[in-house]
Design a binder for this molecule. Sequence first.
Ligand code: TYD
Length: 234
Amino acid sequence: MVVPPDRVAPVDGPGIFISFEGGDGVGKSTQARLLGAWLGEVTGRDVVQTREPGGTPLGQVLRDAVLHGDHVDPRAEALMYAADRAHHVATLVRPALERGAVVVTDRYLDSSVAYQGAGRELAPDEVERISLWATRGLLPDVTVLLDADPVLAAERRASVEGKGALDRLESVGAEFATRVREAFLDRATAEPDRWVVVDATGTVDDVQSQVRVDVAARLGLGADQVARGRGNVS
Ligand code: TYD
């Protein structure tokens, strides 16, 4: 990925920025919440748990419009996710990182590249550039990909949540979901320093244990720090 230097505004503060990515129904929200709580314990930092789209009041409006509104043109849709992200980063994520917090977000820029890019009408690199512009180049320290076969994930969602109305993207089907999965896996392979890939098909506790091991290694947390957070996983 090429980011023009004048577009990059990295956070200088000592915060830790983690994103969770994956297809619909792979358990991102639960795993993100558990990791955030654990990182708070082991690092002693404040933890900010958030999500995209919809991590801010304006983001909630955009989330409702993009997920539950009328059909949105693909370019408009990409810009709505980017607008949500720009506001989220400027008003919540970056200030939290600047005061040294751990920020754990359920989805970030890679969701736009995977989902909007997988729709075939938009080029993934263009979608990425829009988000990099929107966020002034802010990338997570670690991105956790919870990987699962989308058909298994859909079955799990149906049985666990007894879910009724599917949102627009969820209803598009298995072929789209498979392209999204492949896009995430390709990005993880292309940028191994940022990504950890965890098999999401195990129990909540098993998946969380693996997420903790991989994130701790990536953040360079010492064994003494990690031991402080040992306890029940969920
Ligand atoms: P999310 O609330 O994470 O739903 P789930 O828990 O089912 O995964 O995301 C809502 C939907 O928004 C999801 O189908 C993916 C989509 N999405 C995009 O298409 N582009 C984006 O940039 C983001 C952040 C989400």
